[in-house]
Design a protein around this ligand. Structure first.
Ligand code: PGA
Length: 243
């Protein structure tokens, strides 16, 4: 089981030190065999996070990377720079990036290529809006978002998918368990149907994962892990989710 934390634009240096020491001391030793923790702090703290987690199995990831390799792109952080910090992962296609930064499929292909070339592993986020959910176009939406992976033509891209319904992120609402299961199965089938991608892609669920619902979500056979936002900012809540 994968436990990925997306801290978004939260916390400060003190918080990063505190929560990492909590996770190292109070969660990691109790994690069940075969489980992994991936923590994604704001990029300014990546180096510190990789230093603190050195010699542990905790892996560190960024929340985004630039679509460009390098150059005059003020304020951007390249995939290579993320890799230089010792980070192994990058989240791409998060709905907040799609929504607030107008990220589209074309841009995401470039981001995927840069992440891949820099040796980063990718957590690729997909998910429908509430309107799409209500209109019954979830599958078409996901199919379109997943087409980026195929179109990027990266035969050995190291990645997993995070299925995060936009309407479930930060709202306290989550789909019914059966809906999560059906959609995860749909995503897996979709990836198998696209010939160039590895057959056993892990699919994480994200969107209002909490100590109250984590156990049931994790019990679904199609769920390989969770991507946790708000609840990962509390080491107590994150512990209840992981253990
Ligand atoms: P949430 O966020 O757990 O706060 O809903 C999940 C995410 O955006 O990755």
């Amino acid at each position: 089981m994968i436990y990925a934390a997306n801290w978004k634009m939260n916390g400060d240096r003190e918080f990063v030190h505190y929560i990492l020491s909590q996770i190292k001391d109070n969660i990691l030793p109790f994690l069940s065999y075969g489980s992994d923790i991936i923590l994604c702090p704001p990029s300014i703290y990546l180096s510190e996070a990789t230093d603190i987690c050195k010699n542990t199995s905790i892996e560190i990831g960024a929340q985004d990377c630039s679509a460009h390799e390098n150059g005059a792109f003020t304020g951007e952080v390249s995939a290579q720079m993320i890799s230089d910090t010792g980070s192994e992962w990058v989240i791409l296609g998060h709905s907040e990036r799609r929504q607030y930064h107008a990220e589209n499929n074309i841009l995401l292909i470039d981001k995927l290529r840069n992440a891949h070339n820099a040796g980063l592993k990718v957590i690729f986020c997909v998910g429908e809006t509430h309107q799409q959910y209500n209109e019954g176009t979830t599958r078409e939406t996901l199919k379109d978002q997943l087409s980026v992976l195929d179109n990027a033509r990266l035969a050995n891209l190291n990645y997993m998918i995070a299925y995060e319904p936009v309407w479930a992120i930060g709202t306290g609402l989550a789909p019914e368990l059966e809906e999560i299961d059906v959609i995860h199965q749909f995503i897996k089938k979709q990836l198998i149907d696209t010939a160039i991608l590895p057959k056993k892609t892990r699919v994480l669920y994200g969107g209002s994962v909490s100590p109250n619902n984590a156990k049931d979500i994790k019990a679904l056979a199609s769920v390989d892990g969770v991507l946790v936002g708000g609840a990962s900012l509390s080491s107590d809540k994150f512990k209840q989710i992981c253990i």
